[in-house]
Design a protein around this ligand. Structure first.
Ligand code: BTN
Length: 262
């Protein structure tokens, strides 16, 4: 696959604001692709740790639980980050929570939005979904070979035709002004690299920053997984990023599922 020449995205503006050592230092913009996650998972073409592939349009953008991720051409940010170093003791859940946190911090800092995080991967503003994270991996034997973290951030799109699990919104809809995608992407990657470091050195900091933005903690919730429904109180998240659900029968750890307020 060849990087494109036509620039819908100004690489200079992006690089001026990028303040990372690893994440995004190899940055590729592609015109159209099935899914940036699928591409990074299947290719051996890009191997540099921290490589970021951004697509102007995805024909088969995917969300969590095999849902579709649709995004209008050149309006938003759809990109994936490749991680293939130091993955031995990696905590996948913390990476998901930390990735959502990096998006939240960027939206708060650049546009003063009040951001709420919904377990495990949703970024919400005013109860509507502004961004989502999809983490996937490949393994070799019992070791993780590479991790791909996909980000879909609704930036300048104003209409969202179709059916959604959570009503979508965009930065432009909430900030009431067109947003510079280059600046936002650089900020997200800057925060992401910092968060990755924090996950290794002070995971509590990441967990607490995530907890601060989660409105559901302490609330009665419903957890749905493959048609199975559980009710209880969202007591907290564990150090590993799982939900502690308090039910009549005791406490239970939730590793997977869709969570909503009861
Ligand atoms: C979700 O909220 O369910 C996750 C959405 C993740 C969407 C992004 S867009 C870039 C990357 N490529 C994909 O196919 N999905 C992720």
């Amino acid at each position: 696959m060849k990087p494109i020449d036509r620039k819908s995205f100004n690489h200079e503006d992006f690089y001026i604001k990028l303040d990372t050592e690893v994440v995004g230092r190899n940055f590729i913009e592609v015109d159209e692709i099935d899914s940036t996650n699928s591409f990074l998972l299947r290719t051996d073409e890009y191997t540099q740790n921290g490589t970021v592939i951004m697509a102007d349009f995805q024909t088969e953008g995917r969300g969590r639980r095999d849902r579709e991720w649709s995004s209008m051409k050149e309006q938003n940010l759809t990109f994936s980050v490749l991680l293939n170093e130091n993955l031995d003791d990696v905590n996948i859940n913390l990476l998901i929570l930390g990735s959502a946190l990096a998006v939240a911090q960027s939206l708060e800092y650049l546009y003063q939005l009040k951001v709420n995080l919904k377990w495990p991967n949703d970024v919400l503003v005013n109860g509507k979904k502004i961004a989502g994270i999809l983490l996937e991996s490949t393994s070799r034997g019992s070791n993780i070979d590479k991790l791909v973290i996909g980000f879909g951030i609704n930036v300048n799109q104003m209409n969202f035709p179709g059916k959604y699990n959570i009503i979508p919104t965009s930065v432009k809809s909430e900030f009431k002004s067109t947003v510079n995608r280059e600046r936002l992407l650089a900020e997200v990657l800057n925060n992401l690299e910092q968060t990755f470091q924090d996950i290794y050195t002070s995971p509590e900091k990441v967990l607490n920053a995530w907890r601060d933005r989660c409105k559901m903690i302490g609330e009665k919730i419903k957890v749905e997984d493959d048609g199975k429904i559980k009710y209880g109180i969202f007591e907290n998240i564990t150090d590993n990023g799982f939900i502690i659900l308090k039910t009549a029968a005791g406490k239970e750890l939730i590793h997977i599922g869709d969570v909503s307020i009861r």
